[in-house]
Design a protein around this ligand. Structure first.
Ligand code: AMP
Length: 194
């Protein structure tokens, strides 16, 4: 199985690149943000709970997020592999994912971390907010909080994968296709080495 953690701050381009990677490597795309938004739209209990955190740009509690993610993996028993987009966002989430995948005799193959300067992130998020319909992309204070939460709670997850020799930093500025080629090279290189 090819299991990829697509990592990076909000606005780094994870969603855009995930769609292309899914297509190229025949993977299942699991975006925790998208799953929460679908639950909000469907007015589920999970959606109501998630919304109260998402509206402020804070993280949804680990246990809720981990259970939801595991249920989504279990819905795809024949998958070739997964792209985890926006997950894990805390070290407890990364540990839970490792344990869960090990129970299925698989593991994370690689973490691809999109590296984009802060100023560029804010610019991209405000631009996306014009037509994404996402309240958390429209307000500069919420964007600032999401980036702060990323720096304080999420950035450390990179170390978890670096310690396992799975971390690859990818320059995240350039055209969509240029960045996509960089990501594919990192995946293909890693696979040649194995
Ligand atoms: P995203 O679509 O990845 O930007 O996520 C939007 C929002 O969903 C985040 O700001 C969080 O409130 C919530 N969220 C998404 N993924 C996670 C996660 N792995 N852990 C906690 N909260 C999350």
């Amino acid at each position: 199985m090819l299991n990829i953690v697509l990592f990076g701050p909000p606005g780094a381009g994870k969603g855009t690149q995930a769609v292309k990677l899914v297509d190229n490597y025949n993977l299942v795309h699991l975006s925790t943000g998208d799953i929460f938004r679908a639950n909000i739209k469907g007015e589920t209990e999970l959606g109501k709970l998630a919304k109260s955190y998402m509206d402020k740009g804070n993280l949804v509690p680990d246990q809720v997020t981990i259970s939801m993610l595991e249920a989504e993996v279990d819905k795809n028993p024949t998958a070739n592999g997964f792209i985890f987009d926006g997950f894990p966002r805390t070290t407890p989430q990364a540990k839970a994912l490792d344990k869960f995948l090990a129970s299925k005799n698989t593991t994370i193959s690689i973490m691809l971390a999109l590296d984009v300067p802060n100023k560029e992130l804010v610019k991209r998020l405000l631009e996306r907010g014009k037509d994404s319909g996402r309240a958390d992309d429209l307000d500069e204070n919420i964007i600032a909080n999401r980036i702060k939460v990323y720096n304080e709670q999420t950035a450390v997850v990179a170390e978890f994968y670096a310690n396992q020799n799975k971390f690859e930093k990818i320059h995240g500025v350039g055209s969509i296709d240029e960045i996509f080629i960089r990501l594919c090279k990192a995946i293909d290189n890693k696979y040649k080495k194995v």
